[in-house]
Design a protein around this ligand. Structure first.
Ligand code: C2E
Ligand code: CA
Ligand code: CA
Ligand code: CA
Length: 276
């Protein structure tokens, strides 16, 4: 089900399908939801393709709504941005992700956690201070935190984005370009940013074995990434053949339902102890 939002973006998510009006109505409840701990952070593992080892997780927010059940981010992130609640939400996600890093650090290898940053949050004047506070409070190494940023968020204000990303990078935080290939960044602007990773969007991965153009785009992104010294990650892997093809193309890391669906922290730590 394609949802055409006022912003011009199209979201596709068969599982969650609230109308825009319902989403705005929800915002009245979100403030309380954050305070009452109704938000839940899910985690999905990222695997190194060559070794098959877990190298980190992506944090994906959910809302355990008392009436509506478990809501996905497509139901409330955009509205949270429009109503100014995104700052509180991002802070909650950041603190919860850092807490999880501390829990997961009980493993032998330190595992990195990636947090999605909306456009509004990237350009929030308080972002650096908020992240610094959260890192200090948790006692986590900044190197274990990665931020996923979309090209769209960068092009909104490339000069400001560069300042923010430079500061985050100097702090030791890792940076990833999410949904790579779907936005409007020029390669020149990426060249000047302190990026560590690019994530190939699922829209290319979905049909990579049947659509030769998608295959060629993926191959080119992986080559480009490696030529620029970046880690390449493919998201949304649902079948073994796709995973094998990505391995032969030299893609570094994969994420997807084939490996593991996003799960709450206790469930994912259990999965980790059984699978790594
Ligand atoms: P994204 O960053 O591109 O995240 C990947 C989405 O694909 C997630 O959906 C994930 O559950 C889903 N996914 C993972 N593997 C597969 C697969 O094999 N097949 C399919 N069909 N889907 C897969 P989710 O959790 O509903 O999140 C949707 C979007 O919401 C994310 O897209 C991200 O842009 C945003 N989001 C999630 N958490 C946060 C957050 O804490 N803050 C902000 N600002 N945005 C968030
Ligand atoms: Ca992401
Ligand atoms: Ca993505
Ligand atoms: Ca995506």
């Amino acid at each position: 089900r394609a949802k055409h939002l006022a912003s011009g973006y199209v979201l596709y998510d068969p599982k969650y399908n609230l109308h825009s009006a319902e989403k705005l109505g929800l915002m009245a409840e979100l403030r309380q939801a954050i305070d009452q701990n109704q938000l839940v952070l899910y985690f999905q593992p990222k695997l190194a393709l060559k070794t098959g080892r877990v190298v980190g997780f992506e944090a994906l927010v959910r809302w355990q709504h008392p009436r509506l059940g478990l809501l996905g981010p497509n139901d409330f992130i955009l509205a949270a941005e429009q109503t100014g609640l995104i700052g509180s939400l991002t802070r909650w996600v950041m603190e919860s992700a850092l807490t999880f890093i501390q829990q997961a650090a009980l493993q032998d290898d330190p595992l990195r956690v990636s947090v999605n940053l909306s456009a509004r949050s990237l350009h929030d004047a308080n972002l650096l201070e908020m992240i610094n506070e959260a890192i200090s409070a948790s006692g986590t190494k900044p190197e274990l935190l990665m931020l996923e940023i979309t090209e769209t968020a960068i092009v909104l204000d490339p000069v400001r984005a560069k300042k923010t990303l430079d500061a985050l990078s100097q702090r030791g935080i890792k940076l990833s370009i999410d949904d790579f290939g779907t936005g409007y960044t020029s390669l020149a602007s990426i060249k000047d940013l302190p990026i560590n990773e690019i994530k190939i969007d699922r829209s290319f991965i979905k049909n990579m074995l049947t659509d030769n153009k998608d295959f060629m785009i993926i191959r080119s992104i992986i080559e480009l990434g490696h030529n620029l010294g970046l880690t390449t990650v493919a998201e949304g892997i649902e079948d073994k053949d796709a995973m094998h093809t990505l391995l032969t193309l030299g893609c570094d890391e994969v994420q997807g339902y084939l490996i593991c669906r996003p799960k709450a922290s206790d469930q994912i730590l259990l999965w980790l102890s059984e699978n790594n």
